[in-house]
Design a protein around this ligand. Sequence first.
Ligand code: FES
Length: 73
Amino acid sequence: MSEEVVKITVRPNGPLRVEGPIVLKDADGKEWDLTGKPAISLCRCGHSEKRPFCDGSHNRVGFQCTATPAVLT
Ligand code: FES
């Protein structure tokens, strides 16, 4: 098991930026080839043509969502 930390940053009005040792799989367990990619941006707005990756469409649709840490219940 890797000791490296995966860092996920919630971008204001944009994607989730994921940095670190990433393994990304679909519902059937098939993996995306992320060779050479130290970071990826995952769509949070639902409008990307390249889901699950962000393609910048959040700007076009005016996606508005910010998040700040709070106690999880
Ligand atoms: S968050 Fe960027 S296209 Fe959806």
